[in-house]
Design a protein around this ligand. Structure first.
Ligand code: SAM
Length: 195
């Protein structure tokens, strides 16, 4: 059966798929087990994926995947996404964040509000017009609710002339169920005119 309402991680991928084409640049801001990186890599045959994680274990695991599948279009970065401007010099069409902790890993290593907000704010600067940022936000773990609230405050203030922003939440599930934020940089937005 074809379903429209899916879990946040799947909806994020469906939205990104609509926006990118095979020559684009994309960023997975939270590599983790590599699901989004693999998803992006499979779509960007002639493009490139930058994938960040602070955990060496996640990077090393994905290096194996790269080797086994002979992947050529993924650049792994063992550093925080808050340093995105040091690594990504081309304008990405999609930037995906999947917050929280690494499933099956150390649950104490989580994304943090200050670094997430810095990464988000810098991601907006380099996002290509017409591109999207997706964030899957988890509020069930310690610190998750605070991170979610700060992100919600941040996105509410984004200029609607430049960005279209949506939150997609289950209305009939546990209120701690992960939710999705989608930020689209409007295609007609021209940085030069506004600087
Ligand atoms: N998308 C991943 C997947 O497909 O499995 C799941 C990501 S997991 C929910 C969150 C990841 O963010 C963890 O692997 C964690 O190490 C990483 N992380 C935490 N803080 C980070 C930061 N400042 N920069 C980059 N990655 C970070």
């Amino acid at each position: 059966m074809y379903r429209i309402v899916l879990k946040a991680t799947r909806m994020a991928q469906d939205i990104v798929k609509k926006v990118i084409d095979e020559t684009d640049i994309a960023v997975d801001a939270t590599l983790g087990n590599g699901n989004d990186t693999l998803f992006l890599s499979n779509l960007l045959h002639r493009g490139k994926v930058y994938a960040f994680d602070i955990q060496t274990i996640a990077i090393e695991k994905f290096k194996k995947t790269i080797h086994e599948r002979n992947i050529k279009n993924v650049i792994l970065i063992n550093d925080g996404h808050e340093n995105i401007l040091n690594y990504v010099m081309e304008a990405p069409k999609a930037i995906m964040f999947n917050l929280g902790y690494l499933p099956g890993g150390d649950e104490k290593i989580i994304t943090r509000p200050d670094t997430t907000l810095k990464a988000l704010s810098d991601s907006l600067k380099i996002l290509k017009p017409g591109g999207v940022i997706t964030l899957v936000v988890y509020t069930g773990h310690l610190g998750g609710a605070e991170e979610g609230l700060l992100i919600d405050e941040f996105i509410k203030k984004l200029d609607p002339k430049i960005y279209s922003v949506m939150q997609i939440k289950f209305a009939n599930r546990d209120e701690r169920a992960p939710y999705l934020i989608v930020i689209e940089k409007n295609d007609s937005y021209n940085e030069d005119k506004h600087n």
